[in-house]
Design a protein around this ligand. Structure first.
Ligand code: PEP
Ligand code: MG
Length: 575
């Protein structure tokens, strides 16, 4: 028996036989092509690109109807990348100019791309780098005439262990009803992790070397909650985990009964539970979990993995789709949170790499810097506001001046629409994300000009504790209960109360049941989260007594020892 640890990205327990997905590329041959054969080599490269396209299209056609929407969108992203000049054209130039053979030309280009991505710290781009590698490997395999999908024949009920998984793999996972998966690489917000959650199967990523220690056919236990992989477990351990599986299934059945119940505390305080979504198709999961609306629609996903940004009309249609799927419910559309590093121009090499992208021209800063990007979105959101309860939310505010500029642009856009006799809600609520410490500290100043706040703890924690969200090396410092973070949350909630504007939270902390009671006690009344944890949070809300929790939160805020804060919050969360 051997236990390996990784990052649990999707809860649950799976017991089954391993299927190890081996996909190492063989050594890439490197040789010089004689001049007279260059065009032939170019044609060979182009045939490999075409073969890759056909394979992806075939997989796309075979996506089962009930597969998660992400599966299709990731395949579409890979198809788009095949059209990108950096992948389809640059190697052709290397064949023609340097006389490289096709594999070598592609390898050289992929190393250049990796180098560019390496300098970017942003998590979205990290995912993009994985996508690029997957696309490049597919073309390499076709050049080397290695059958790409042949060995991906996992069978029903198996646990897939791999270095990494491609979107195409995940479609197969769904198709073959695999029980769980474990990858050696990846992070909690990688495509793999997102898909695992939407498939509802236990999953672990970053279980380093897992694919080296496991052999196909071996018995495995995947504990998604603890991020633990047990190889060849003893009988007693298997029995223990079978009991746990039964408990989980029972708890799930119980939780499902809460779908239509209201999130109301024992002392009759109503709490709003809303959903975070990335794509319009995610609304389905939000509705199934009984969400009170959408608290965060991350619109930047519409702009990614494509050569051109969506125009006003396309954005409008996407927003309308979400609004119409949740009739009568609020939909909070966040304006673009792209960064200098999250390019919308299809990733032109070498552009816009800043020294520290997390502190650079990101989100509202980028929108104000390039209003040609911002104006169509403002128009689309305003137009959509005529069709439902739309709220607009501005990310990454740090200074008031920025907010004034945004408000001016919104007013200008409203005037344009009025002149053009296009309908919109003139009273559309405009909210701000409080995710930069400066904004939290001066929340009272922002409150005077905004209709609501939403606390983005993911960034608030990153900036307050000076820990890069995507840097593994400082992950251990990530602490939502750090007194400075709690103080900033409390300051924001109090500022909202004083100004009589609602305060929501849409960072991961809001969907983590361990913190629900403390946040309630601090006065939070609107929580926005991934739909998967919503019913668990609802259960806690329904069992909570706000009066008692207010006293509990007051006590916590007085504590001087961080360890004690942790102990007390953990104890309270076990009640
Ligand atoms: C946050 O920062 O907490 C947040 C919700 O936004 P994102 O994770 O998209 O940066
Ligand atoms: Mg954020």
């Amino acid at each position: 028996m051997l236990a390996l640890h990784g990052t649990g990205v999707s809860d649950g327990v799976a017991i089954g036989k391993a299927f190890v997905l081996q996909r190492e590329l063989p050594e890439i041959p490197e040789y010089v092509i004689p001049r007279e054969y260059i065009e032939e080599e170019v044609a060979r490269f182009q045939r490999a690109v075409e073969a890759s396209r056909r394979q992806l299209l075939t997989i796309r056609e075979h996506i089962p109807a009930n597969a998660p929407p992400e599966a299709t969108s990731f395949l579409d992203a890979h198809l788009l990348m095949l059209d990108d000049k950096m992948i389809s054209q640059a190697p052709v130039e290397a064949i023609r100019n340097q006389q490289y053979n096709a594999e070598w030309a592609l390898k050289t280009q992929s190393e250049i791309l990796s180098g560019i991505f390496e300098q970017m710290d942003d998590h979205y781009l990290r995912n993009k780098k994985t996508d690029v590698n997957q696309v490049v490997n597919r073309i390499q395999r076709n050049l080397l005439q290695q059958n790409y999908d042949e060995h991906e024949k996992m069978s029903e009920g198996e646990i897939v262990v791999a270095d990494d998984l491609t979107p195409a793999d995940t479609v197969m996972l769904k198709h073959n009803r695999v029980r769980a998966f474990v990858t050696s690489l990846g992070g909690p917000i990688s495509h793999t992790a997102i898909l695992a959650r939407s498939l509802g199967i236990p999953a672990i990523v970053a279980a380093h070397s897992a694919s080296r220690y496991v052999s196909s056919g071996e018995e495995l236990i995947v504990d998604g909650k603890r991020g633990m992989l047990i190889i060849a477990p003893d009988r007693a351990i298997v029995d223990e985990y079978r009991r746990r599986q039964k408990d989980i299934a029972r708890k799930k059945r119980e939780l499902n009964r809460l779908r239509t119940s209201r999130a109301i505390t024992r002392d009759r305080h109503r709490v709003a539970l809303l959903a975070n979504i990335e794509l319009p198709a995610d609304v389905r999961a939000a509705a199934q979990a009984g969400a009170d609306g959408i608290g965060l629609y991350r619109t930047e996903f519409l702009f990614m993995n494509r050569p051109e940004p969506p125009n006003e009309e396309e954005q409008f249609r996407a927003y309308i789709k979400v609004i119409k799927s949740l009739p009568g419910k609020p939909v909070t559309i966040r304006t673009l949170d792209l960064g200098a590093d999250k390019q919308v121009d299809g990733g032109r090499a070498g552009t816009a790499i800043t020294v520290n992208p997390a502190l650079g021209l990101r989100a509202v800063r980028l929108c104000l810097h390039d209003t040609s990007l911002f104006r169509p979105q403002l128009r689309a959101i305003l137009r959509a506001s005529a069709f439902g309860k739309v709220r607009m939310m501005i990310p990454m505010l740090s200074g008031q001046e920025e907010l004034f500029q945004v408000l001016d642009l919104i007013e200008e856009t409203k005037s344009d629409l009025k002149r053009e006799r296009i309908k919109f809600n003139p009273k559309i609520p405009i909210g701000g994300m409080i995710e930069v410490p400066a904004a939290a500290i001066s929340a009272d100043l922002f409150a005077r000009h905004l209709d609501f706040f939403s606390i983005g703890t993911n960034d608030l924690i990153q900036y307050t504790l000076a820990i890069d969200r995507v840097d593994d090396a400082v992950n251990y410092l990530y602490d939502p209960l750090h007194p400075s973070v709690l103080r900033l949350i409390s300051i924001t909630i109090q500022a909202g109360k004083q100004a009589r504007i609602p305060v929501a939270m849409c960072g991961e902390m809001a969907g983590d049941p361990r913190y629900t009671r403390l946040l309630l006690g601090l006065g939070l009344t609107e929580f926005s989260m991934h739909p998967a944890t919503m019913l668990e949070v609802k259960k806690i809300v329904r069992g909570a007594h706000l009066g008692q929790l207010t006293r509990f939160a007051k006590d916590i805020m007085k504590l001087r020892d961080t360890r004690e804060i942790h102990m007390r919050v953990e104890k309270q969360s076990r009640h």
